[in-house]
Design a protein around this ligand. Structure first.
Ligand SMILES: [Zn+2]
Length: 258
């Protein structure tokens, strides 16, 4: 599932190719997406990320919100040759087309998004570990599950939550309310560094993530614990274990994550 760095990658790449372009027509190939919208002729004014969703803002005040969910992906084509499987939506722009491809059909497109131009706040950008600690003080759940709360940390998913806790040397199973101020500072710092680096690497491809131009990301080569069960910990050489935390597969080093 695309997380913050993957969706941010798509937003940046979309800005490169569709800003200012006019949408000529829309073909909805899967009725689950709803009827095609009446926006033909409008040009794209801006592309913004809202958590894990991509928002396309058109001139005239129209906004779409695309949520890729499990297996959705966007592909930009200027050269229409090969047939594409699992195609659900085609947006014909002046000079290229944007495809929504989605084998499991969970992706959604809200053709009438009214959330306004700004995205949800980025809790790590605020540099407010005291705020994180106050929020966590009321929560019994493991810190890993706390980081997966989309209302608090929009865009953080299972892979990056695990990598952030490894970098911060915090055990994912610890109750969120027991994490200290100093540890929250480490978590916030690790989150900013990892998410920034993952955006630069165009995301993590462990199964089907591809960027807007069909290329895999590169951050999977830099993962320290995800999918490394039994492997040596890059920090202490100990054995990385996999355990379920709130139903999600979770990787950590029991020796150096406390
Ligand atoms: Zn270790």
């Amino acid at each position: 599932m695309p997380e913050l760095p993957e969706v941010e990658t798509l937003c940046r790449q979309l800005r490169q190719v569709i800003l200012g372009r006019r949408l000529l027509s829309v073909e909805v190939l899967d009725e689950r997406l709803g009827p095609p919208p009446a926006v033909a002729g409008l040009a794209v004014r801006q592309v913004v990320r809202r958590g894990k969703a991509v928002a396309l803002l058109f001139h005239g005040g129209v906004a779409w919100k695309i949520h890729l969910r499990m297996t959705g992906r966007l592909l930009w084509e200027t050269d229409y040759g090969l047939p594409v499987d699992h195609l659900r939506l085609i947006c014909h722009f002046d000079g290229g087309r944007l495809l929504l491809i989605d084998p499991r059909r969970f992706a959604t497109v809200d053709f009438d998004d009214e959330a306004g131009p700004s995205g949800p706040p980025d809790p790590f950008a605020a540099e407010d570990p005291a705020g994180l600690r106050r929020e966590a003080a009321r929560r019994r759940l493991p810190v890993k599950a706390f980081l997966l709360d989309q209302r608090l940390f929009p865009g953080i998913g299972n892979i990056y939550a695990g990598e952030i806790l490894f970098a911060a040397a915090v055990d994912p199973r610890r109750p969120a309310r027991d994490v200290t101020q100093e540890e929250w500072e480490r978590i916030a710092r690790a989150a900013r560094a990892i998410l920034r680096e993952a955006v630069r690497a165009r995301g993590t491809t462990v199964s089907d993530w591809r960027d807007l131009f069909g290329r895999p990301g590169e951050y999977q080569h830099r993962l320290k614990v995800y999918d490394r069960r039994g492997g040596p910990c890059p920090r202490c050489g100990g054995e990385i274990v996999r355990e379920k935390v709130c139903g999600r597969g979770s990787y950590h080093c029991p020796r150096c994550q406390r």
